[in-house]
Write a protein that binds this ligand. Structure first.
Ligand SMILES: [Zn+2]
Length: 183
């Protein structure tokens, strides 16, 4: 447990405060478990690709250039989905205890896959709520991401695509049902 504290403290030491006060960002993280954004420094590149976001506790560690471009381009729907995904991880870390969650996430591929599935569903739910068109292209992209080496190849591309498609169909059905009961 003590040895795990070093990388955890390292996350903070190897980062600097990021823009979380931009009105769009502040609005999106308001009422979520994400409380601050920090920019990763070059040290992170030894462990993860520069474009990879890492969520630990209430903090989202991001690439400064990508984050600032996202704000500039006002990619609000994309960010809303991302925040929903990361905030789900944060909430589950709080429930389970941060250290226990990180150990399981790092060592147990089944746990990591389940956590990514649960968080992904919440992200996709936001896209559908905002009535963003779900193109096949995105589904393939999400399946590619889920089955990538970023997560340690926890699922094959074909299995991931099947999961994405089945989940989107279910979410769309529930969304339609909500619309029907609202009218
Ligand atoms: Zn995730």
């Amino acid at each position: 447990m003590l040895s795990l504290m070093f990388p955890l403290v390292g996350c903070f030491l190897c980062s600097s405060p990021g823009n979380s006060t931009d009105p769009m960002i502040a609005n999106l993280i308001h009422d979520t478990e994400i409380k601050q954004i920090r920019y990763k420094n070059w040290m992170w590149n030894c462990f993860v690709n520069s474009d990879v976001l890492v969520e630990v506790g209430d903090t989202l560690f991001v690439d400064q250039k990508l984050w600032e471009a996202t704000i500039r381009e006002k990619r609000e729907v994309w960010l809303a989905g991302l925040i929903a995904h990361e905030s789900t991880h944060a909430a589950r870390q709080i429930n389970m205890g941060l250290v226990g969650w990180i150990i399981l996430y790092g060592t147990n591929t089944k746990f990591r896959l389940d956590e990514e599935k649960i968080a992904s569903i919440e992200g996709w739910r936001v896209y559908i709520k905002r009535e963003e068109a779900i193109f096949d292209y995105d589904m393939r992209g999400w399946a590619r991401e889920m089955s990538s080496s970023t997560y340690g190849n926890i699922i094959t591309y074909e299995e991931a695509l099947l999961f994405v498609r089945e989940t989107i169909v279910k979410l769309l059905k529930n969304h339609d049902a909500t619309i029907l009961t609202n009218n």
